[in-house]
Design a protein around this ligand. Structure first.
Ligand code: DX5
Ligand code: ZN
Length: 242
């Protein structure tokens, strides 16, 4: 079995699942917080890479991704302008999932092809899953020419740049449209939603049909990671059964 199939299969067996934004952890004790996430049953770590050009903030790059030793899948969200020539170090650092913004790519189709050629952590047949992310203001029509090149599509429910922002309500309608597009395409594409997802709205978000629910500050809120993760997982499991 190729490593891509194993990552895709691992992910399919996990979803719907939360992908936890590691930059919302206590960065003075990030190893401790990741251990707590693992013990709580989290399966995916979300790394928000911001370059200060595509979005206002600057965060962290391949060094942080490489430094994190974990069995969890590394879900790398590149909020990076013109990512085409910047991809390889993220794969080498162990990114199992690499998502780029369609708004940041001069040639999004070529970027997705390039991601598909990368090796994860130097393992030649282990390919990262290819994701495309759309900001709240980007029409879903951009997906149409890319649908054959993606494994995942993420809808941002906030304008990228910070954790702790408010969920943008129109995301629900966009999620319905996106799921319809994927059904009509007959493609096996996983759907993610990212930003502004908290204990207050996870009940509604869990019913929107996303496979991957990205959440950061809500999981580390009140420093009770285990309780927060258990709450999110219970709601998602119930949401799925509806
Ligand atoms: C946009 C990022 C999100 C965000 C999530 O800024 O892509 O991952 O940080 O953080 P919360 O869950 O705190 O909104
Ligand atoms: Zn993100």
């Amino acid at each position: 079995m190729s490593a891509l199939v194993s990552v895709a299969e691992r992910l399919r067996k996990m979803v719907p699942a939360i992908s936890v934004g590691v930059l919302s952890a206590d960065l003075m004790a990030v190893g401790r917080d990741i251990d707590l996430l693992e013990k709580a049953g989290v399966k995916i770590l979300h790394f928000d890479v911001m370059d200060g050009c595509f979005c206002p903030m600057i965060t962290a790059g391949p060094a942080l991704i490489k430094a994190v030793k974990t069995s969890l899948l590394k879900d790398v969200h590149l909020m990076v302008q013109d990512p085409l020539e910047k991809l390889e170090p993220f794969a080498a650092a162990g990114a199992d999932m690499i998502t780029v913004h369609v708004e940041a790519c001069r040639h999004p189709h070529r970027v997705l092809q390039a991601i598909g050629q990368l090796s994860v952590a130097g393992e030649k047949d282990r390919r990262p899953l290819r994701g495309i992310a759309l900001n709240p203001g980007t029409t879903l029509h951009v997906i149409e020419p890319l649908i054959d090149e993606v494994d995942m599509i993420f809808l941002l429910a906030v304008n990228p740049g910070w954790g702790g922002q408010k969920f943008i309500g129109s995301t629900q309608r966009r999620m319905e449209q996106l799921l319809q597009m994927i059904r009509e395409s007959n493609r096996d594409v996983l759907v993610g939603i990212d930003g502004g997802i908290t204990k207050d709205n996870i009940d509604a978000v869990a019913k929107m049909g996303a496979d991957i629910i990205v959440t950061g500050s809500a999981i580390f809120d009140g420093k009770n990671i285990l309780q927060n993760v258990q709450h999110f997982n219970k709601v998602i499991a119930n949401g799925q059964s509806l």
